[in-house]
Design a protein around this ligand. Structure first.
Ligand code: C2E
Ligand code: CA
Ligand code: CA
Ligand code: CA
Length: 280
């Protein structure tokens, strides 16, 4: 048994080494990608129900590797967080999204997205002076603070240290704060008492439940009640079907994001975005 245990131990370590090597390769390539033209942002509409009119957008990063082709953020963002590369990468994302937001305001006027949302990782929020950097980007690009939304997860805020202070400083600039994947963490409700939040993104896993057979949408309904009581905007994430959209709207939800309305798209496609106009 002992030798089996030992053998397993060795196999485990080899796998770990393999994964680590893979990750450092990804990280090394990503460092190069920052300097070349392999990274770009897509934007997914956040819409108003029931009509599907454009309310805002969320910036989502994409990487086209010269050899491997498209690599999803679910793979390389964690690697970038571990290596710290997310700090320069995140700075690039923030500035790129703010520049695009200014462009839309020039090109689309009143029809431009009213908010442009940027995902900010725990590692970025932990970086001292992050709020100052957000301020500097707003100054450089000329984007009004109220148009920017910084989206963070609960774990990022509770990462400890100065994360919460940075978030408060960002809110003090007039930037909106969204809590991502809300309800999936360990202390979501506690977070609402300490964290300055404007938007609550109700996680897809709860949205998936709203049309499950006979399963009342208790959590989704409760999250809306909490949002309204605390004057937060609730956004239902990952809405994939007309039935889900109809049920969410019936419950009182006004904002949604998901493939049912629109997939993440290039910036120019936002200029041309029109609601499908089927009522849901
Ligand atoms: P997230 O912030 O929760 O973003 C939502 C993810 O769900 C996106 O995946 C989006 O394409 C996808 N999605 C949207 N609507 C639907 C739907 O109706 N059905 C389904 N199944 N999926 C939907 P994506 O773009 O692959 O991003 C995955 C995650 O990677 C993001 O989750 C976020 O945590 C991270 N990420 C993406 N872009 C960035 C970025 O610029 N910075 C940081 N720090 N993280 C990012
Ligand atoms: Ca997000
Ligand atoms: Ca999310
Ligand atoms: Ca997520």
């Amino acid at each position: 048994a002992k030798s089996l245990g030992k053998g397993r131990h060795v196999i485990y370590h080899e796998r770990m080494d393999h994964r680590t090597a893979e990750q450092s390769r990804v990280a090394a390539d990503l460092r190069g990608a920052l300097d070349t033209d392999q990274l770009h942002l897509l934007y997914q509409p956040i819409v108003e129900m029931p009509g599907g009119e454009l309310f805002g957008v969320e910036a989502l990063i994409r990487w086209t590797h010269p050899q491997r082709g498209p690599i999803g953020p679910g793979l390389f963002i964690p690697a970038a967080e571990r290596t710290g590369l997310i700090v320069p990468l995140g700075a690039w994302i923030l500035e790129e999204a703010c520049r695009q937001a200014v462009r839309w305001r020039q090109e689309m006027g009143d029809a431009a997205p009213r908010t442009v949302t940027v995902n900010v990782s725990a590692r970025q929020l932990r970086e001292a002076g992050f709020a100052g950097e957000v301020d500097a980007v707003l100054q450089r690009t000329g984007l009004p603070a109220s148009v920017l939304t910084v989206e963070v997860t609960e774990t990022a805020v509770f990462d400890g240290g100065t994360a919460l202070d940075e978030l408060k400083a960002i809110a003090a600039l007039g930037v909106k704060i969204a809590l991502d994947d809300f309800g999936t963490g360990h202390s979501s409700l506690g977070l609402l008492r300490t964290c300055p939040a404007d938007i609550l993104k109700v996680d897809k896993s709860f949205v998936d439940d709203v049309t499950e057979n006979g399963e009342p949408a208790v959590i989704v309904a409760a999250l809306l009640t909490i949002s309204e009581g605390m004057r937060l905007r609730a956004v239902a994430e990952g809405v994939e079907t007309a039935a889900q959209a109809a049920e969410l709207h019936r419950l009182g939800y006004r904002y949604a994001q998901g493939y049912h309305y629109a997939r993440p798209m290039p910036a120019e496609a936002i200029n041309a975005y029109r609601p499908a106009g089927d009522g849901h």
